[in-house]
Ligand binder design. Structure first.
Ligand code: TA6
Length: 312
């Protein structure tokens, strides 16, 4: 693990303490369930973030004709429940907990409140939001280890996200993680994904059977593969919405690709009952399976991704 300086984290502020007037592109709102959100509009894009889970729900650059992130119309917006769609965080494990099946899938970060550390306009006109995950009883019960988790989001014509984990303990910290991103597409049978050719994967639908990806990925049934030991950029080619979405990453050696297809989608309470499962594909920037991350005491690991949309 190359040494990195531990992040100097400024004291978290609450949304109310940020002078919203000084940021005419940023609004802090609370819904009827008492959940907090940040809505952003700048000259490049619109976005929306739920403070619970540091969950980016919406991002649409102004140059493209549809949101880039898919959001289920059956999603629940409740304390302690993950939003179906957008970019759920998987942390500090990916998938099932390695030893305790009673703990929730994909870890607890996605249902834990984050506080606003800073919101501001960058010199290039993008909006930068810095959030820090709080320490709740639920989180403490699942992970008593001392850590700091900071999410930095830069919103503009591209979307950049960094998840920084700092080990505050005196012994190494092992973890899994992911940006479990739901991309909005025209039709899952009319997209292809390039960048994972010849990459080894574990197929979750075949009891993690290992094989190598042959050619670009296309879909005609449920698909759930964990591509390992790859730091390659990946592109979603959408012939219906006539755009490519490129996913550039750093600090990630795993890419997960998932579509539930109709049967699985209709079995999930917060997925639509109609055919709109066709309008999503998950391409997840992760560290999982043999790519778990070890962080030495006092060090910081950063999972970083950038989404670039090109209209074709
Ligand atoms: O990343 C793919 C996956 O692990 C699938 O196996 C499916 O479980 C999906 O995540 C959704 O998980 P969730 O816990 O968000 O319903």
């Amino acid at each position: 693990m190359t040494p990195t300086n531990a992040l100097k984290i400024p004291k978290p502020v609450n949304a109310e303490q940020v002078d919203a007037e000084s940021l005419d592109d940023v609004r802090f709102i609370k819904d009827a369930n008492g959940l907090d959100y940040i809505e952003i509009e700048n000259r490049y894009a619109t976005a929306k973030i739920a403070l619970q889970g540091g969950h980016i729900m919406h991002w649409q650059p102004k140059h493209t004709n549809a949101p880039v992130l898919w959001l289920s119309d059956q999603s629940r917006y409740e304390t302690g429940r993950s939003i179906r769609g957008g970019i759920p965080l998987c942390w500090p494990w990916f998938g099932a907990h390695p030893t305790d099946s009673s703990l929730c899938m994909h870890g607890f970060a996605r249902v834990t409140p984050f506080t606003v550390v800073d919101v501001g306009q960058m010199p290039n006109g993008y909006t930068r939001v810095i959030l820090q995950m709080g320490h709740t009883e639920n989180a403490q019960r699942q992970l008593s280890y001392p850590y700091t988790l900071v999410l930095t989001i830069e919103i503009g014509a591209t979307l950049s996200i960094k998840l920084a984990t700092t080990n505050r303990a005196s012994q190494p910290f092992f973890m899994g993680e992911a940006f479990h991103t739901y991309f909005n597409i025209g039709d899952v049978e009319k997209v292809s994904i390039s960048g994972l050719e010849d990459t080894e994967y574990a197929d979750k639908l075949l009891e993690y059977w290992r094989d190598k990806q042959e050619g670009a990925i296309q879909f005609n049934q449920e698909f759930d593969r964990v591509y390992v030991s790859t730091n390659a950029p990946v592109t979603i080619h959408d012939t219906v919405l006539r755009r490519n979405i490129t996913i550039n990453k750093k600090g990630s050696n795993t890419t997960v690709v998932w579509t539930p297809w109709q049967k699985k989608a209709h079995q999930m309470a917060d997925m639509p009952r109609d055919e709109s499962w066709r309008n999503m594909i998950c391409v997840e920037t992760a560290n999982a399976m043999e790519n778990l991350v070890m962080i030495n005491p006092g060090y910081t690991h950063v999972l970083a991704v950038e989404y670039v949309v090109t209209d074709v």
